[in-house]
Write a protein of this length. Structure first.
Length: 294
């Protein structure tokens, strides 16, 4: 288990977590020297898609690029790893092909990929100063942008999202959106709003989407989700009354499932009551955690 893994629940796999990367924040001031390090490598991405060689993310020798087009992702075994901030790149898209690739990516590599993808995508989406509207340029080895007109600094976004299982009578509530593949149900989820705590967001989302009222909220585990930049906060919330009222603008269906039904779903057993999200999605980890007593 990696040092990052130790920060999570023992024995629980969480996608996009556990990179061996040393983020090396103090070294970002020294990125010019690190870019010239003979051990330095550039992460190979094709339209934001990971390229895997021998079970690891592909890298190549450093190209000749201006320093403000290089993001220092971190140190891997002491070797600087950079990614190219392409000033002409469009924002990343999440394609079916990408999600298939992610399913085959080793978890620790998925974590390094997630950091690089979110950072590069942020640059593509935030070219202009939110304060005065002028074009901005990368600084701090790609971990911020600065406006040359008003000098405002802008930092990569992380948007908190709560994802939760309502719990009642040893069952949990799962829901499906109309866009889900056939048979898939997941935990309910929603963005944390400005001025709101995690617990308040969990309670509000459960009431809005399913009409159930949380009596308490317990935090379980978190995950960075790089599509584009969410921080998923997984929780379990007991509710006093199992009656549900679905917000049909958000959900197509919702239902209570037993421990045996969750187990059968995770195992993709014949005739399972529902199909859970793939293993790299935190909802899958949350189901496992609930079964393990979280
Ligand atoms: Zn500005």
């Amino acid at each position: 288990m990696t040092s990052c893994g130790l920060l999570h629940r023992e024995g629980l796999h969480v996608g996009f977590v556990g990179s061996p990367l040393n983020r090396a924040e103090p070294l970002r001031r020294d990125s010019e020297r690190l870019a010239g390090d003979p051990k330095a490598r550039l992460l190979v991405l094709e339209d934001y898609h990971p390229v895997v060689e021998s079970g690891a993310l592909a890298t190549r020798p450093m190209p000749d690029l201006p320093l403000d087009q290089l993001a220092l992702i971190g140190l891997l075994d002491g070797a600087p790893l950079f990614a190219h901030i392409d000033p002409a790149a469009s924002a990343a898209r999440r394609t079916a092909e990408l999600m298939t690739l992610l399913g085959a990516l080793p978890p620790s590599e998925g974590s390094t990929y997630a950091a690089a993808r979110s950072l590069l995508d942020w640059h593509a989406r935030h070219r202009f100063c939110a304060n005065c509207g002028n074009p901005t340029a990368p600084i701090k080895a790609g971990w911020a942008r600065q406006c040359p007109a008003c000098m405002a600094e802008h930092f990569p976004r992380t948007d908190p999202v709560v994802i939760m299982l309502a719990e009642h009578d040893d069952k949990v509530l799962v829901g499906r959106q109309a866009v889900f593949p056939p048979g898939r149900y997941s935990a309910l989820a929603g963005f944390v709003e400005v001025g709101e705590s995690v617990e308040e967001a969990v309670a509000r989302e459960l009431t809005e989407e399913a009409g159930v009222r949380a009596t308490s909220v317990r935090y379980v585990v978190s995950q960075p989700w790089p599509f584009p930049s969410q921080l998923m906060l997984a929780c379990i919330a007991p509710v006093a009354d199992a009656r549900i009222t679905i917000d049909t603008a958000e959900l197509e269906d919702a239902k209570w499932v037993t421990r045996a039904e969750v187990r059968a779903g995770l195992d993709q057993s014949e005739g399972a009551a529902f199909l859970p999200p793939p293993p790299y999605a935190i909802a899958n980890s949350l189901f496992e955690a609930w079964l393990a007593g979280a």
